[in-house]
Design a protein around this ligand. Sequence first.
Ligand code: FAD
Length: 182
Amino acid sequence: MAAETLAAAGARVDLYDAMPSVGRKFLLAGRGGLNLTHGEPLPAFLSRYREHAPWVESWLADFGPQALRDWAQGLGVDTFVGTSGRVFPAAMKAAPLLRAWLHRLREQGVRIHARHRWTGWDESGRLRFSAPAGETRVEADAVILALGGGSWSRLGSDGAWAPMLAEKGVDVAPLRPANCGF
Ligand SMILES: Cc1cc2nc3c(=O)[nH]c(=O)nc-3n(C[C@H](O)[C@H](O)[C@H](O)COP(=O)(O)OP(=O)(O)OC[C@H]3O[C@@H](n4cnc5c(N)ncnc54)[C@H](O)[C@@H]3O)c2cc1C
């Protein structure tokens, strides 16, 4: 999403991922039916965020449940509201969506570098990557870290970034489950 937004605004974007391909967790999420969002009216949807609703509200004003459905539609993927109110792609799966998304990113000029594990910064502030050809260093005007949480590490996100950032003096909240409630 960040790569897409930046490329659309004219930035030159390089996207690095440690795994041999991107979006592996996204693909697995789609195996049992990719639940994209919920079809309930916005006030009810917002109330699900409870005490965080006031600050989540501005994000949802920019990109809410309907905007997400429109975004999928823009990639040629129709969505539907299930009997539970949850919203799914018509085909239930994530693969067609990911395929179309990656195609559009490449057309926008986003360069995808798989098998590039970010391992920190060198003494000049360049990013360090461990890649098949050995260690590479990259200088960038701006960097977005979108490294995922700590669960399902076999899909790529292992939370190893947390101590790396803490070592640099960044205040990092301990990772904890965020998608369950009773
Ligand atoms: C079984 C399952 C079912 C799910 N079902 C749903 C669902 O129906 N609906 C829903 O909305 N969500 C679902 N989720 C949750 C959803 O998949 C995650 O919330 C989402 O993938 C998180 O996206 P992310 O970009 O934050 O992290 P990730 O998808 O984990 O992406 C992080 C990326 O960073 C890369 N990376 C990590 N460290 C490095 C490094 N040092 N160098 C380079 N690259 C690195 C990883 O390889 C990975 O590709 C499900 C998850 C699982 C496991």
